[in-house]
Write a protein that binds this ligand. Structure first.
Ligand code: ITT
Length: 182
């Protein structure tokens, strides 16, 4: 049983689908833990794991992810959660208004606490930010992100397809390979 500590149901939906298909049972533990301010997702994950290992009994999984926009100096990046709750996707679109360079990258970093080990698994996907929101599926910034090589936003494709392309899907592949070896 893998206990996925997250308050984000969208993340849980994507992760539990892949884990369960591979034969690993999964459970959502909606603990809202404070995240320290760091320059990278990896640092956030390491410090969150250290805090959580005193709070959560046994093994657990966490996911810290974010949308990095080079023309905004990497913003919202490690602040993606706060930015989503405050200005949202509409706010990000406003910040990019009139800008030609709309390149973006989604990154995901999983932290798996297994017995006395902490393992990190990272995935990223390049893409562009749309001019307006498109699609009803997915979660978070999905309606404004088109992966490179595609024409639909992550909110316009089913979870299964998103998982094949996404930052989380790529990190999940690495996580599954690791779990299968245990
Ligand atoms: P937990 O920390 O409880 O897991 P959270 O939503 O606060 O949940 P993060 O701190 O990792 O998660 O913040 C990441 C932000 O980026 C958050 O607003 C997400 O909605 C968004 N995000 C992450 N992955 C995404 C994805 O695949 N598609 C769209 N938005 C995503």
């Amino acid at each position: 049983m893998i206990r996925f500590v997250t308050t984000n149901e969208g993340k849980y939906r994507e992760v539990s689908k892949e884990l369960e298909e591979a034969g690993f049972e999964c459970e959502m533990l909606a603990i809202d833990y404070p995240e320290v301010q760091c320059d990278s997702l990896e640092e956030v994950v390491r410090s969150s794991m250290a805090r959580l290992s005193g709070k959560v009994e046994g093994d657990f999984l966490i996911d810290d992810s974010g949308l990095f926009i080079p023309s905004l100096g990497g913003f919202p990046g490690v602040y993606s959660s706060y930015v989503f709750r405050t200005i949202g996707s509409d706010g990000v679109l406003k910040l990019l208004q009139g800008m030609e360079d709309r390149a973006a990258e989604f990154r995901c970093c999983f932290g798996l606490h297994l017995e006395d080990r902490n393992e990190l698994f990272i995935g990223a996907v390049q893409g562009t930010i749309t001019q307006e929101k498109r699609g009803e599926g997915g979660f978070g910034y999905d309606p404004i992100f088109i992966p490179t090589g595609g024409s639909k936003t992550f909110a316009e494709i089913p979870t299964e397809e998103k998982n094949k392309l996404s930052h989380r899907g790529k990190a999940l592949e690495k996580l599954l390979k690791f779990l299968e070896k245990q």
